[in-house]
Design a protein around this ligand. Structure first.
Ligand code: PLP
Length: 870
């Protein structure tokens, strides 16, 4: 029998244990071991089955709570954990100290401190008790919030609350993925409803046909970071019984699933996230009295509509569109997360217009006061009729970045069209390499060795005895083997096999064998089955009697991706061979709770994407934080952090166009590395049975690589490189009733219309003893000489005439124009190097509120290319 409705009866906590309430509600418990231990003490079985403090409290017998209330030692632990939480929430932390340092400087340096930062994301992976994530993007957003909390940033997260989250993965008897969608009851989650007094806050958005999409707002406390989650599953969205609201039938299900619907479902979710999210944030700030964020971070294109909602707000206060856009751009940050074209959100413009301008009147009903066509143009791309969310993100974010150095470079190529005239290298997209949250992903055993202190951990690990490192790791590997057996058995049962048929699962895997992990979404470019390219060779590696290898595999395919499901099935079939099932396993339902065990217990983390499709990848970082050695294609983060001592680079056959051949070559390289290098090294033991060389690689990974892959490093980078400059740009744009933004908007208007008249009519140079005097004659149309920047670009020149690693010298305008009325600019340049040199001259827009010289995508060079000096 299924329940018709669900509800939770909360037993009131005894007064002595009242602090368990806030301790279970604030998600800081997810990375605070002493708090986890408290809930484990209350009911060890319930805790290990659910890992959920609220479930433990809800299911515990009141008599047990009365007993604990009388236990002075337990009460003292509760008090201590609660004090620790209060202190954690109040301490200034790194950001407080950084802000104090900055403000001590010159008069306006306080402008660099954002009073608040809003972080919008379609998914957040914080804990298994809040299943509103699908994979890497969500976990990254969760880690961002946690690290922001640890560092004391005034950040507010904004996302959606999905009733069924992402699907739970099972397998049928044939190894085919099946999806389940358990219901998330918000009443059973660590969430509170945002209310104004006693009234729930409702965010409203205009829908076609006069309908209104309403959403309530849940607040999760992630340490000190509030996370606002919009939820459309409320009675206000019920279909109108008199049929006067066509289309409204679906409104209640807008937030039913993550990545679950068609394009229309998706665009409405993104409208709710971006536009509804800003409205929810405004309500939250008004009710709580927190400072309003001035910096807005779009975590991927899904959040792009926040930019147009911010423009709408400013237009509603009387600003013109261009000035409002200048303010918003100054303070928006856009992070792009994938070079895979299918990963970019693109909608038919007609679909967008159905929401933006359903009556075809040209004025947006969704965003009152904004011209619909102007909004639609923000997502223009090369394909007509397509609205590209990433393009809108770049256009509405003066600062943008990719998520590893390599991905930054790939993004500069990929989006170069948005900055016509500029070489990819000059495209203003930066890079902040992702990181992972240490207290979440470093296993308890390693954290305890370092006394829980992330900063001093490298020093501690450096001083550990080799035997201690090895024993710690072997314990974690043994724990993983237990987990593999448990999950393999459970998965077999779920697939319909009987206990009798599953006897083998009880002793699969060997706690002492070299253990390799491979867990990630079954996206094509990640090549789940590359290791099976030569099944016989893989079989030989796994079943070597002297030097056995075992492989743990996990990952979900998107429900609509039959190709991905077929790859999973291929792996599952391979693992079912009685000769192999002892050594290779596919564990269904990869999520945070499983991930933790795999990262902690594997010796080697395998990653073989098609370079450069993996923007960053973070699972290998989590493995490294536990001493795992990466065996990976040089893609994403590994491209910049592999140093020869922290793992192995699988040679990539990039450039070979034939995919099959490329897979063959890379699989061959992978097998060879395993056979000749990795496996022998693991089994090379000294007289005490220790693989000394391997342990030194682990130590090197823990001490050198560890600190670089932390989310605390990432969030500090975002703060100093993006949040603070954006905060300052916001002040510059909005001070004196938006005088700066008005000026910039007017400038942009002038320069964009006048640019066609800008022409480098002539360039002369004169050889001097110590260099060159370059003079340029530039027609500027109506632009003043100080409205542009004219530069000499000088450097070595290739046989093809390309300038490499050039130096840039600013040219000065002469007081008088030439005979034809052109402005004259000149500079004296001293070549920094000798050899074959060349130079050119370029003209760029110049305005103090532009963040980058390429920002407006305008540049003029002389035609043809400049002269070559000796
Ligand atoms: C870290 C993590 C991911 C992302 O891993 P990638 O290396 O980026 O593929 C996905 N799912 C879970 C559960 C994770 O913990």
């Amino acid at each position: 029998m299924k329940a018709h409705r669900r509800f939770t009866v909360r037993v009131p906590l005894p007064a002595e244990l009242a602090a368990l309430g806030p301790l279970s509600q604030n998600l800081r418990w997810a990375w605070h071991a002493p708090t986890q231990d408290l809930f484990a003490t209350i009911d060890p079985d319930r805790w290990s089955a659910t890992g959920d403090p609220l479930r433990v409290l809800a299911d515990t017998d009141p008599a047990r709570l009365t007993e604990l209330a009388a236990d002075a030692a337990f009460v003292a632990r509760v008090t201590e954990a609660h004090d620790s939480l209060e202190q954690y929430l109040a301490a200034p932390q790194w950001f407080g100290r950084y802000a104090a340092e900055l403000t001590d400087g010159s008069a306006d340096s306080g402008d660099r401190i954002p009073p608040g930062i809003a972080y919008f994301s379609m998914e957040f992976g914080i804990s298994e008790v809040l299943p509103i994530y699908s994979g890497g993007l969500g976990i990254l957003a969760g880690d961002h919030l946690k690290a922001a909390s640890d560092l004391g940033l005034p950040l507010i997260g904004v996302g959606l609350f999905y009733r069924s989250g992402y699907f739970r993965q099972g397998l049928d008897r044939d190894g085919w993925q099946v999806e389940r969608y358990p219901v998330n009851d918000p009443g059973e989650r660590p969430l509170s409803l945002l209310t104004d007094g006693d009234t729930p806050v409702i965010v409203e958005i205009s829908m076609p046909g006069g309908a209104t999409l309403s959403a309530q707002v849940w607040v999760a406390e992630v340490g000190r970071i509030p996370l606002l989650l919009l939820d459309s599953d409320i009675a206000l969205n019920d279909p109108d019984p008199f049929g006067q609201q066509p289309g409204s039938a679906d409104l209640r299900s807008v937030t039913d699933r993550l990545y679950g619907g068609d394009q229309e479902h998706r665009i409405v979710q993104e409208i709710l996230l971006g536009i509804g999210g800003v409205r929810a944030l405004r309500e939250y700030v008004r009710i709580t009295g927190r400072p309003a964020p001035t910096v807005f971070h779009m975590n991927e294109g899904h959040a792009g509509f926040l930019g147009v909602e911010r423009i709408r707000e400013l237009v509603a206060t009387g600003l013109d569109f261009d000035t409002a856009e200048a303010v918003v751009r100054a303070s928006n940050i856009f992070t792009t997360h994938t070079p895979v074209p299918a990963g970019i959100d693109r909608f038919p413009t007609d679909l967008l217009n159905r929401y933006l301008d359903p009556d075809g009147a040209g004025r947006s009903r969704l965003l009152p006061g904004l011209p619909a066509s102007t909004v639609a143009e923000l997502g223009d791309e090369a394909d007509p009729g397509v609205f590209n969310m990433a393009h809108m993100g770049f256009r509405l974010g003066q600062r943008s970045n990719g998520v590893s150095q390599l991905h930054g470079a790939v993004s500069r190529e990929m989006f170069a069209d948005l900055w016509p005239g500029f070489d990819a290298a000059d495209v203003p997209i930066g890079a902040v390499t992702n990181g992972v949250h240490g207290p979440t992903w470093v296993s308890r055993e390693w954290r305890d060795l370092a006394s829980g202190d992330e900063d001093s951990a490298p020093e501690v690990y450096a001083g550990l005895a080799a035997a201690t490192i090895w024993e710690t790791h072997e314990q974690l590997r043994a724990d993983l083997v237990d987990e593999v057996r448990r999950r393999a058995h459970a998965s077999g049962r779920e697939r319909g096999f009987t206990d009798a048929e599953l006897g083998w699962a009880a002793d699969i895997f060997d706690p002492a064998a070299l253990t390799i992990g491979f867990a990630r979404r079954a996206a094509t470019y990640k090549r789940l089955t590359l290791m099976l390219r030569d099944p016989d060779r893989m079989r030989a590696i796994l079943t070597d009697p002297e030097r056995p290898v075992q492989l743990v595999i996990a990952g979900k395919a998107h429900p609509a991706d039959d190709g991905g499901k077929a790859l999973i099935q291929q792996v599952v079939r391979f693992t079912e061979d009685p000769e192999l099932r002892d050594r290779i396993v596919f564990l269904p339902d990869y999520d945070i709770s499983m991930a933790r065990h795999i990262y902690a217990g594997c010796d080697v983390w395998l990653n073989n994407p098609v370079r450069p499709m993996e923007a960053c990848g973070t699972s290998g970082m989590k493995s490294a934080l536990n001493g795992g050695l990466n065996l990976s294609i040089l893609d994403g983060w590994w491209d910049e952090m592999a140093d020869g001592e922290n793992g192995w680079a699988i040679p990539s056959a990039e450039g070979i166009a034939d995919e099959n051949r490329r897979d063959d070559l890379e699989a061959e390289a992978l097998y060879t590395l395993l056979e000749d290098t990795v496996i022998p090294l693991f089994y090379r033991r000294d007289e005490n049975g220790l693989p000394q060389r391997w342990i030194e690689m682990m130590r090197h990974t823990l001490t050198r690589l560890g600190p670089q892959v932390l989310a605390s490093r990432m969030v500090r980078d975002y703060t100093t490189e993006l949040y603070c400059p954006a905060a300052q740009a916001y002040v510059a744009a909005s001070a004196d009733s938006y005088a700066g933004a008005r000026d910039l908007a007017a400038y942009r208007q002038t320069v964009e219309t006048g640019w066609s008249s800008v022409l480098v009519a002539g360039v002369d140079d004169e050889q001097l003893e110590d260099g060159l005097c370059v003079t340029a004659h530039v027609a500027l149309g109506d632009l003043a000489p100080d409205a542009v920047s004219v530069q000499v670009i000088l450097g070595r020149v290739t046989d093809d005439g390309d300038l490499v690693e050039p130096t840039v010298v600013e040219m000065r305008p002469a007081p008088d124009r030439d005979a034809s009325g052109r402005a004259v600019f000149s500079a004296h340049v001293t070549p920094p190097v000798s050899g074959h040199l060349g130079y050119t001259v370029r003209v760029l827009p110049r305005h103090p509120l532009l963040s980058h010289e390429a920002e407006l995508g305008l540049v003029r060079f002389p035609a043809p290319a400049g002269a070559v000096a000796g």
